[in-house]
Design a protein around this ligand. Sequence first.
Ligand SMILES: [Zn+2]
Length: 277
Amino acid sequence: MGRFTDLYLRRVFRTIEKNKLVENGDRIFVCLSGGKDSASCLYVLKRFIEEKGVDCEIKGFYINLDDSPEVIEPIKRQAEMNGVELVTVEPPNILDYRGSRPICSVCGIAKRYLMNRVPREKGANKVATGHNMDDFIVFFLKNLVGKNYSWISNFRARVDSTHPKLLTRIRPLFNVGNMEDLRFCKEMGIPFTEKHICRFKSKECGYNRKRENWYRTLYDIEKWNRNFRQQMISAINDISPLFRKDEKLRECSLCGEPTSGEVCAYCRIFGNFDMLD
Ligand SMILES: [Zn+2]
């Protein structure tokens, strides 16, 4: 293994150990999108479990929104390469959405809902995502200027469950960013797609372009402040517990999933019809 991949692995392993992301008896679903981050997330988790001899089951999880083979193929190969089962759901209602909300927000709400409900119903106790250091720094800055302070409490490598039906969420890539994930996948020969993954790109809502600017700015700062991203994520990790969210979760009166209101955001958009079986 090269020097870079070695350093990368050691850094992610340290994140996993320090935050107890993987424990004996865990059943973890790893959300796969086809991209580099979730590809690396699955690979590193599997490798950690094998090297450390942790008694833990891992599965890949994929929400297929009628995606192209360019997205589906790498996901299948990732599952194969790591020797894990791939659980796929194909929710028809997102594609059929004809309401007035921006599709990015509808898609995000649906994915967050499915990423908790489906793995839990299939026996998981944790769900892993490929959110990386750069994602959290950008979320942090956006939520800071937007004064959505309570969200900042979630910007951690591990977010513990606060309701019996809510899975603990883990983010093994909390201390590595886009550039590192890309290079790691390339050097390790891990299959992924560089295609933009949003299914609704044709309905361009402007989210993506703005997001690119934020990411580029991080790397611009890093040109003259070499450890900027590392310093930022370390600071975010320190202060996020100070932004506690005191919302009490209860069960949605339509679907029974955890929510802070009477009816969850998913049911408010799609109504309650059970397409998950
Ligand atoms: Zn609901």
